[in-house]
Design a protein around this ligand. Structure first.
Ligand code: SAH
Ligand code: DHB
Ligand code: MG
Length: 221
């Protein structure tokens, strides 16, 4: 691992093709000041989410794991005027920080935060879908459960994206006892047998170290 190099390259990318404006920087500092962990997507990863939202022409997005609202702000900004994003956050104190930053970024009307464990929030989302894009980034052990739920409620041609599936490469280790890693292996095995989606996983390095995204395209019936 060459963390210094990965961070230097992210810094170059952020100085050129990826711009982080004042509202995003404020969201990061507000989260930091409130004691939230700095585990939001990196700016280049966030830009990928924005491009995916635009490529899909998404109008309805579901996010698992709000934290301080950083990825929600990015995706909401890529939505059209009448687009909507619902984001699920277990911790009320995180949701409060996120609410303020999302409003300050000017996308408050597009974003609804539902507070509570995501699995408990799902029954209440019956009328919120179908979704054009789902971003799964909450408690990693439940990623396969969130994916299975999302797959039933994502339109054909839509995307389901899951963060943190590579986990320093432990994804390749069948003997890894970590439950979060086992869940990502199970997710991949699940998808290998599911003709409803076509998926890939892209390994990433950067300011957040070595990890990766799974991107799944929902096939027409
Ligand atoms: N998507 C955010 C980062 C999310 S970090 C961004 O990139 O800006 C993961 C978040 O998931 C944390 O805020 C954590 O509190 C939340 N979380 C953990 N378990 C959860 C659960 N069971 N339901 C909903 N959110 C959960
Ligand atoms: C953690 C969560 C994330 O979503 C992430 O991108 C990195 C780390 C965590 O819970 O430690
Ligand atoms: Mg993540």
């Amino acid at each position: 691992m060459d963390q210094e190099l990965f961070s230097a390259v992210d810094a170059f990318i952020c100085g050129t093709v990826v711009e982080e404006d004042e509202a995003l920087r404020s969201a990061v500092s507000a989260a930091e000041e409130a004691g939230l962990p700095g585990i939001q997507v990196s700016p280049p990863q966030g830009k990928l989410l924005q491009l995916l939202v635009r490529l899909v022409g998404a109008k309805t997005i579901l996010e698992f794991g709000t934290l301080g609202g950083y990825s929600a702000i990015l995706m909401a900004r890529a939505l059209p005027e009448d687009g909507r994003l619902v984001t699920l956050e277990a911790r009320p104190e995180y949701a409060e920080v996120a609410r303020r930053s999302i409003d300050a970024a000017g996308v408050g009307e597009k974003v609804e935060i539902r507070v509570g464990p995501a699995l408990e929030a799902l029954p209440g989302l019956k009328d919120a879908g179908p979704f054009d894009l789902v971003f799964i980034d909450a408690d990693k052990v439940n990623t396969p459960n969130y994916f299975a739920w999302a797959l039933e409620r994502t339109r054909a041609g839509g995307l389901i994206v899951a963060d943190n599936v590579v986990r320093d490469g432990s994804l390749a280790d069948a003997a890894d006892p970590d439950e979060a890693t086992k869940a990502q292996r199970r997710l991949h095995e699940m998808l290998s047998e599911d003709s409803r989606v076509s998926a890939t996983t892209i390994q990433t390095v950067g300011v957040k170290g070595y990890d990766g995204f799974l991107i799944a395209f929902v096939e027409p019936a």
